[in-house]
Ligand binder design. Sequence first.
Ligand code: 13P
Ligand code: SF4
Length: 354
Amino acid sequence: SPSDPDLVERARAAKEKLGSKVFVLGHHYQRDEVIQFADVTGDSFKLARDAAARPEAEYIVFCGVHFMAESADILTSDDQKVVLPDLAAGCSMADMATAEQVAECWDVLTEAGIAEQVVPVSYMNSSADIKAFTGKHGGTICTSSNAERALEWAFEQGEKVLFLPDQHLGRNTAVRDMGMSLEDCVVYNPHKPNGGLTAEQLRAAKMILWRGHCSVHGRFSLESVEDVRARIPGVNVLVHPECKHEVVAAADYVGSTEYIIKALEAAPAGSKWAIGTELNLVRRLANRFAPEGKEIVFLDKTVCFCSTMNRIDLPHLVWALESLAEGNLVNRIEVDKETEAFAKLALERMLALP
Ligand code: 13P
Ligand code: SF4
């Protein structure tokens, strides 16, 4: 739906008043009404890399979710302030791994006698605490665009990987990209004693997958892939690696949001695509590429927004920008110094991956 012209004007005016003092970052899943004000748009990797691109900006307004704003705070200088326009914009997947649960898991691995062989690899979609745990134990962060390189690196450091918190990205990367088998992977359930695993199972595994998932991407099923292939002959199925293994195995292409955009930019006129990722992005791409004769549909029949990404709407963005323009620092996301130091170690290992 078109944005309220009054709010658009207010956002524009506040941004103009702030000038180079503000840098607005927007994840691809943000609403169109918000994305129009982003200085940079990107996937999680690009936004982490670019967060520090404007050292002169006093404020970084992060249009995305909480873990992304935390990462931006970790990767920018202390006098740059990161603002999340709605503090309720969290991520249900990131919430599936708490610091206490992960510490308990490490105890289980220690008891099984394997902790020394395990390298943690944590998906960007995790709290700063989990990133700090990862850094402390010699591991790295990854995103959906570099998970394979992160795993290759990790298996040079140790024999086993503890992959947090998205079991699907971990399994898909291990099996689809690294040639491991499903039997090389076990799932650690933080709600069961010992993760629901025996010491023998842990010792035999190469990939210990945390039992977390994205509820948005979890909605796509094998049936939705079969349905769209029957409905649209010749369709290319392109999905995000947060989808379940059977969906990824049945798809033609798999990649991060940035990969999805690049693939559609390179697609020939007349090609047909079914996309399995968040709906704001799919609609934007369908509208953008329709004039070039590329037919783009959403993979599922039901709508599927990320409700927490959607919390950042134009009224929240206007409120944040106007507050900053009046000199009121609101909704600052600040990671404490000790957590930041270890989390930064893990993030910098990711940024240094070949
Ligand atoms: P990417 O933009 O890195 O593909 O991640 C998708 C996502 O779910 C972010 O929360
Ligand atoms: Fe989290 Fe999924 Fe939303 Fe991404 S799409 S922010 S992983 S809930």
